[in-house]
Ligand binder design. Sequence first.
Ligand SMILES: Cc1cc2nc3c(=O)[nH]c(=O)nc-3n(C[C@H](O)[C@H](O)[C@H](O)COP(=O)(O)O)c2cc1C
Length: 212
Amino acid sequence: MTERRNITLAVTGAGGTRMARFVLEALVKDERVAQVDLMVSQAGRQLIAHETGRDASGPAADLVLGAPAMDKVVAWDPEDLTGGPTSGSYPSWGMLVVPCALGVAGRIANGMANTLIERAADVMLKERRPLVLCVRETPFNLIHLRNLTQVAEAGGTVYPMIPTYYNIPQTVDQFYEEFTVRLLSFIGLPQTDYYAYSGVESPAHHDRTGRA
Ligand SMILES: Cc1cc2nc3c(=O)[nH]c(=O)nc-3n(C[C@H](O)[C@H](O)[C@H](O)COP(=O)(O)O)c2cc1C
C-alpha cells in the first residue's frame, strides 16, 4: 500500500452541506487516509444547522456527521490562523472544500488568507498540492467566473457540485454518493463500488445508499 495520506477538508457556508458528511465518512473509511484535518467556517456551521436542525455550536466533526466524531478526524478552529494547516511544513497531502461558497473561492483566488481555511488553501497552491473547490452556486456571475478561472490558473481544481444525471439518481442521497465516489477517485483514491458508464444500452440505475 502507498503511504497513507492526511487530507484537509473544509466546509463553508454554501448549500449542500450534507455532501461534507458523505465525503468525511468516505475519507474516514478509506484505509489510504491516515488523518482528516477538518475545518468548518462560521457560515458553514450556520448552514449545517439550517439544513439539518443540529446545534451550530457543537464540535465540528459531530456537526458535520450528526454523530460523535470518528477516529482520524482532527478539528481545527478556522478563526485561529496559528493552526497546523497554516504552514507548508504541515503534512497535508491535499485539500477539499465541500461545499465551497463563492465568497471563499474569491478570497482564495485573490490570496486573501483571512481564515485558516483560506490560508490552508493558499498553502496548497503555493506548495503545488491538490486543492479542490466543490463550489455551489447558480447562476455564476462574471466575478465568480473570473475568480474560478484564477484558481484554475493557480493550479487548483474547480469541481462544482453538479449531479451526474446520467446515472439516474433515484434519491438525493444517490447524487451525494455518486459525487463523493467521483471526488475521491479524482484525488487518487479510486473507489470500487460505483457506477461506471458502459454504453447507452446498459441500465444506468444503482442504489446502495440507506442513510437516514
Ligand atoms: C441560507 C444560506 C445559503 C447560502 N448558500 C450559498 C451558496 O449556495 N453558495 C454560495 O456561494 N454562498 C452561499 N451563501 C453565502 C455564504 O454563506 C457567505 O458568502 C459566507 O460569507 C461564506 O463564507 P464562509 O463560509 O467562509 O463564512 C449562503 C448563505 C446563506 C445564509
